[in-house]
Design a protein around this ligand. Structure first.
Ligand SMILES: Nc1nc2c(ncn2[C@@H]2O[C@H](COP(=O)(O)OP(=O)(O)OP(=O)(O)O)[C@@H](O)[C@H]2O)c(=O)[nH]1
Ligand SMILES: [Mg+2]
Length: 294
């Protein structure tokens, strides 16, 4: 393990730059942690499992270092094609990374996903998340990890220490992205994700898993942005739920999504949503890819 204080001079040849994979079971707080360290709402989050569906790059440039975070889908046991594809995407990100950061919800039990991640190649940092929730449960085989740290993204606690330690493991290299870059994902994808986040909040259980958002049209000027997007469901029967009586659910979804997109993009947003059935899209790898989830 490399020790010592990270360099702080941007022009120094000791600048560090590397890839850090944020890994953990669904709902362990990966996306919330990424947003907290970036100070931007890049990745969508939700109080339910399996929110993130693909690896999402979040770029943090600090004096002396550029950290390329990969937020990943939760690692879990599901055998359905879409579930497996998400776990594979997370493990592929882990393989490509200079450092693997495993998130473990403080008060949760250590189970198969944690065990599987603990067996990845070092260096591994274990981060206990949601420390505000209570007394942490023990970690079996703590010697597997280079370090064990604690954070509460909600209370913004432990983040600076975590960043300092992460930087210490990165290789000496020049920054890969301009200083003001936040991600490599196109705005269209981020907009679709924001709409999906609102849908997750409105439709709680069954529907979110089957729901995808695809931007069809994107017309942008200095002052405003016109977006036409499809809200996709897997089965005809789910369409009625998303539309709601008299179109009410869809209207609520559109209103809230427009408000959030306006805040994110700092311009007036006109949003038109259509609900469409894309039969069994979660079973078709080609569609999962086209939707930007792999
Ligand atoms: N109390 C508390 N809740 C948190 C904290 N961090 C995240 N959460 C909550 O935990 C839930 C899951 O957070 P996410 O960031 O979406 O989790 P994730 O690991 O990205 O989940 P997937 O994308 O489904 O794999 C959300 O309701 C968050 O608000 C924290 O520090 N404290
Ligand atoms: Mg997530």
């Amino acid at each position: 393990m490399s020790e010592g204080r990270p360099e702080t001079d941007c022009r120094s040849s000791a600048f560090r730059c590397g890839v850090v994979a944020l890994l953990g079971r669904p709902n362990s707080g990966k996306s919330t942690l990424l947003n907290a360290v970036l100070g931007e709402k890049l990745a969508i989050t939700a109080a339910r499992a399996q929110t993130t569906r693909s690896r999402i790059l979040g770029i943090l440039t600090r004096p002396g270092a550029q950290i390329l975070f990969y937020d990943t889908p939760g690692v879990h046991r599901g055998e359905a094609r879409f579930n497996r594809a998400m776990t594979d995407a997370a493990l592929a990100a882990a393989e490509d990374a200079d450092l693997r950061v495993i998130l473990f919800e403080s008060t949760a039990g250590w189970d198969t996903p944690e065990q599987r991640l603990a067996e990845l190649a070092p260096p591994l940092l274990l981060v206990r998340t949601k420390r505000d929730l209570g007394t942490p449960t023990p970690v079996p085989e703590p010697q597997r990890f280079s370090e064990i740290l604690e954070v509460s993204a909600e209370r913004q606690e432990g983040l600076e220490r975590l960043l300092e330690r992460i930087v210490a493991y990165l290789p000496k290299a020049a920054p890969l992205y301009p200083e003001d870059s936040l991600t490599d994902r196109p705005l269209r994808f981020l907009a679709a994700e924001q709409i999906r986040e609102v849908a997750f909040e409105i439709f709680r259980e069954e529907i979110p898993y089957a729901l995808a958002v695809e931007v069809e049209e994107w017309n942008e000027s200095e002052e405003e942005l016109r977006i036409r997007a499809n809200v996709l469901v897997e089965r005809e029967s789910q369409k009625g739920i998303v539309v709601g009586q008299g179109g009410r659910m869809l209207r609520d979804l559109g209103t809230e999504a427009r408000r959030r997109l306006g805040g994110l993009l700092q311009k007036t947003v006109h949003l038109k949503l259509w609900v469409k059935t894309d039969r069994d899209w979660t079973k078709k790898l080609r569609r999962i890819r086209e939707l930007g989830y792999l």
